[in-house]
Design a protein around this ligand. Structure first.
Ligand code: PDD
Length: 281
């Protein structure tokens, strides 16, 4: 495997960043993940737009143009001979002697890119079975709209899910409403067949897959509402699913061990998954 580190392509096992990289010491870094279908980046522009926004919110300069970054991303795919997979990009504020406040001007952002292969047959088999989610109290900071690598609450939530034999954890706020997953957005199909997902004025990540799927949903002639739901509403819904670059559209068949609907993946989620992938190719 080959990784990109600050201007160089290096063997994955020798791809290191400095011990005083601020991403390492302070989680002072942002990231993006693209799904890759047949060698093409899904929602390329949407992820670039969010990257630029995350960087701007933290006062980190975009390390290179979109065009240059696109070349780096594609070259990383090419060198790894990957046509179905994921691209990971991380930009940290850079390397500087440890000090919480920003370093002096002139410190350049550190950029790394890795690519990993996805077994599409295995991914489709998982989507056909559906996955379980567990719920966990929302305990993250107030800027979940910024895609930072400060993911410890998400890490702990995901581990809780794994230990319960589930694939995702849904954060639940103090009002009992689902905010989002540890690495995905959360959706249901209610009793009237209307799709529902939380609005992005709440403290959640503006999922690129979520936004793109909104168009797919409208094109498919389905109705969608941006309104939150409780775990109980998810269980009594017709269907539930999650979206994200890593999961695409993935049916949820249980919440905290209790079935969603009849406990099997529903037709709406399965159809939207197919339509999204067709569009991305
Ligand atoms: N996660 N919410 C959170 C907290 C996320 O981390 C992600 C993505 C999403 C979905 O966003 P998008 O559709 O833009 O991928 C929602 C990536 C895949 C990850 O951390 O690996």
């Amino acid at each position: 495997r080959i990784a990109y580190v600050n201007g160089r392509f290096v063997p994955h096992g020798e791809a290191f960043v400095h011990i005083e990289d601020r991403g390492y010491q302070f989680a002072d870094a942002v990231y993006e993940v693209w799904a890759v279908f047949d060698g093409r980046l899904a929602d390329a522009e949407g992820h670039f737009a969010r990257l630029e926004r995350s960087l701007a919110e933290l006062g980190i300069v975009m390390p290179m143009s979109r065009a240059a970054l696109t070349l780096v991303l594609k070259e990383t795919l090419r060198r790894n001979r990957i046509r179905e997979g994921l691209l990971y990009l991380q930009v940290s504020r850079g390397v500087a002697p440890r000090d919480h406040a920003f370093p002096a001007e002139g410190v350049r952002p550190a950029v790394i890119v890795t690519a990993s292969r996805v077994d599409r047959a295995a991914a489709e088999a998982r989507a056909a079975r559906g996955v379980g989610v567990v719920t966990t109290p929302e305990n993250r900071w107030g800027r979940c709209d910024i895609k930072t690598v400060g993911l410890l609450p998400n890490v702990l939530a995901k581990q809780k899910a794994r230990e319960a034999g589930a694939v995702e954890a849904w954060f639940v706020d103090e009002l009992g409403l689902v905010t989002e997953g540890a690495s995905s957005n959360a959706w249901i199909v209610d009793g009237d067949g209307v799709l529902r997902t939380r609005d992005t004025n709440a403290n959640i990540l503006r999922g690129v897959t979520r936004l793109s799927l909104m168009e797919v949903i409208r094109e498919a002639g389905l109705k969608v509402e941006e309104r939150p739901f409780t775990p109980e509403e998810a269980r009594s819904a017709r269907e539930a699913f999650i979206t994200g670059a890593g999961t695409i559209v993935l049916p949820v068949v249980s919440v905290d061990g209790k079935p969603v609907g009849d406990g099997s993946p529903g037709p709406v989620a399965s159809r939207l998954r197919r339509l999204y992938i067709e569009r991305a190719k």
